[in-house]
Design a protein around this ligand. Structure first.
Ligand code: SF4
Length: 454
């Protein structure tokens, strides 16, 4: 059979962050799981042209919440052409019944343990509606065709994963619901095989927390040292609490860590970071930067504790502590999270247009401000964080990685300039029919549920 695997793009006019796409490991895994007798083609729609008339028998679509509508439109189009459509990924896993309105079958959770069964069921004309393997065997090495990754777009970073699952179950995140609270490890030997087979020296670990299991992380880092690779990944800030693990990370090639600070307000720190104080966070930041590792901090605005003061205090914190680069987002009540359930019950959701559920757009009524104030506050912090004085001030703390620091900040600044333009347009009352209509919509109509999506 001919199989077409698709990662849908976000609607073009909604997309504001083209520069920081993360390669989809899931499609490579599915391709690797497919028996050799079938033919597989992968289309990452963000950078490849999708042909709806592509000759194929089966279409597999993997999507998140923000590209779910696009995924559904693609699924409908292929079903009209009599193709069998199977959907999977975060959003269909959380809302399988919704996805089944557009697909013949849905994979809930991980593909390992079900994909081969789906293909057999299709061949025997016995396709089921829902497939789920709650505890897939991750010990088997799955051959991945890394050659299809477009090198330039992803800065030549090859995606890897060493574990899935998270014990913390934060109320704004669905990782624990999707992959379980138990950490499931992928054998380090298999990770090394992927590294060698990829032929690359630059990698991104997609684990939600690379040090979730300290012993596993130490083994991994020790194994990576002789391979002389460079990598970036996600980690808890607690990586700085054990000198040995931080040193090993650096020695193994760690160049940058994406760290979910989420909130730097005293009231939220204990709730989300499991650390005792802002001082502890500051110390950990200092240690990581001193080790020569770039900190890409994630900040979320819109928690119940947040007020207008939170924007300035957060910006000051980020600059004072020389944070290398920051993803400044708004709280998004993704389906499947506790926050979604709570806001829905409280009638706080402005709408359920999934295309806007992208952590850039306010889709709920915050507790202590209007949606519009939250949207503008977030844009202002992004603008000010990426200003030239801010880049210069933060440079002092990032002298051990000057080139990477400057490249990432200048690239980030380029994307933020677009936000600045949107804000200027809003202030001058000009509404244009442009690709930035999403943010204009939110700025103009955040209080009255109107959006332009479909
Ligand atoms: S936000 Fe991070 S720590 Fe919290 S549940 Fe999700 S993956 Fe785990």
């Amino acid at each position: 059979m001919k199989i077409l695997l698709i990662s849908p793009k976000r609607d073009y006019h909604l997309f504001t962050n083209r520069g920081i796409l993360i390669p989809q490991l899931s499609l490579l895994i599915i391709k690797g799981l497919t028996p050799a007798k079938h033919e597989v083609k992968i289309v990452e729609e963000e950078h490849m042209q999708l042909n709806l008339d592509e000759q194929c028998d089966i279409v597999g679509i993997s999507c998140m919440t923000s590209n779910a509508y696009r995924g559904y439109r693609i699924a409908d189009a292929f079903r009209e052409r009599n193709k069998i459509v199977v959907m999977g990924g975060v959003h269909p896993s959380i809302l399988p019944e919704e996805a089944l309105q557009h697909a013949d079958a849905v994979v809930v959770g991980e593909a390992e343990g079900v994909w081969e069964t789906i293909l057999e069921d299709i061949e025997s004309n016995n396709l089921q509606r829902i497939y789920n393997e709650p505890d897939p065997d991750l010990n088997r090495h799955i051959l991945k065709d890394f050659s299809i990754l477009p090198k330039k777009r992803f800065y030549n970073l090859v995606p890897l994963q060493t574990k899935r699952g998270c014990p913390y179950n934060c109320d704004f995140c669905c990782v624990s619901k999707l992959f379980g609270k138990k950490i499931k490890e992928i054998p380090i030997n298999n990770v090394v095989k992927d590294i060698r087979l990829s032929g690359s020296r630059n990698f991104i670990f997609l684990d939600d927390n690379i040090i979730a299991d300290r012993a596993h992380a130490k083994n991994l880092f020790k194994t990576l040292i002789p391979l002389k690779i460079k990598w970036v990944g996600q980690s808890s800030i607690a990586i700085a609490q054990e000198d040995e693990i931080l040193k090993l990370a650096k020695k193994s090639g760690c160049r940058a860590l994406f760290i979910g600070l989420e909130s730097v307000m005293d009231t939220s720190i204990k709730k989300y970071k499991k650390l005792s104080s802002p001082e502890e966070i500051r110390n950990n930041i200092r240690k990581i930067l001193k080790m020569g590792i770039i900190i890409h901090a994630s900040i979320i605005f819109g928690f119940d504790e947040d007020t207008q003061k939170t924007f300035d205090e957060t910006l000051n914190f980020l600059i004072r502590n020389r944070i290398s680069i920051a993803a400044i987002n708004v709280l998004t009540p993704y389906p499947g999270t506790q926050v979604y359930k709570k806001f829905r019950k409280q009638g706080k959701l402005l709408h359920e247009n999934w295309g806007y559920y992208d952590h850039h757009t306010v889709v709920f009524q915050p507790k202590n401000m209007t949606p519009l104030e939250l949207q503008i506050g977030k844009i202002n912090v992004r603008n000010n964080f990426s200003s030239i004085p801010s880049i210069i001030m933060r440079f002092i703390g990032n002298l051990r990685m000057p080139v990477l620091y400057l490249i990432t900040n200048l690239k980030y600044r380029k994307y933020v300039l677009k936000d600045r333009l949107i804000l200027q347009q809003f202030k001058s009352g000009i509404q244009q029919n442009s690709m930035d209509v999403k943010n204009l919509d939110i700025l103009f109509a955040a209080n009255n549920n109107t959006t332009r999506l479909e």
